[in-house]
Design a protein around this ligand. Structure first.
Ligand code: GRF
Length: 193
């Protein structure tokens, strides 16, 4: 059973999908900690409802990224976290976390990377007029949405799609695929840390 920390900044629907999969026995993982950089984010309500502890911080209370990531790392050690799962966490991860968690940080992104990295991938896809977009699950390195790809799934862009309608179609797929891909990954990485 892997002990996971989910990093999120907003709604937390992927956090919820991961919790549901774990409860239903589809994912051999225990979410032990939520890390959130936005006070008041809905993911914090979800964490409370699921009985998962949360560490909330504000980046501006720290002199730099290394300082708040050191604080996060202390919590990860305290909770004996095996894997970091990014799910709508709106900050780049720095070397303070990448070094100790090499190949143990995973992200989900709402486009077929390397197309449309960064913020508002769904808006970028609509703007570009592509007919197919999708989602990518990948290992995290220090770049913006650039680590090695673990899985991708295509999602069609339909005539008349808005950002909301396309995002909803992508997120439905995210909620299915993220727990599945994590389960495959955790099966491959059986040893404990
Ligand atoms: C997801 O669409 C994910 O691909 C992106 O941020 C969004 C987070 O949504 N990285 P939620 O907070 O899990 O609902």
């Amino acid at each position: 059973m892997k002990r996971i920390a989910v990093f999120a900044s907003g709604n937390g629907s992927n956090f919820q999908a991961i919790c549901d999969a774990a409860k239903e026995g589809r994912l051999d993982a225990e979410p032990v900690l939520v890390v959130c950089d936005k006070a008041g984010a809905f993911v914090l309500e979800r964490a409370a409802a699921e009985g998962v502890d949360a560490f909330t911080f504000s980046a501006k209370d720290y002199p730099d990224k290394a300082s708040y990531e050191q604080e996060i790392l202390r919590r990860l050690n305290e909770y004996r976290v095996d894997f970091i799962i990014l799910a709508g966490y709106m900050r780049l991860i720095g070397p303070t976390l990448i070094q100790p968690y090499a190949e143990r940080i995973v992200n989900i992104h709402p486009s077929l990377l390397p197309a449309f990295p960064g913020k508002d991938a769904v808006g970028q896809s609509l703007q570009a007029g592509v007919k197919v977009t999708g989602l990518t699950i990948h290992y995290v390195d220090e770049g913006m949405d650039t680590g090695p790809i673990l899985a991708q799934q295509a999602v069609p862009v339909l005539d008349g799609d808005t950002r909301d309608s396309l995002q909803e179609r992508i997120q439905k797929k995210e909620h299915e695929l993220y727990p599945e891909v994590l389960q495959q990954l955790f099966r491959k990485k059986q040893h404990t840390y």
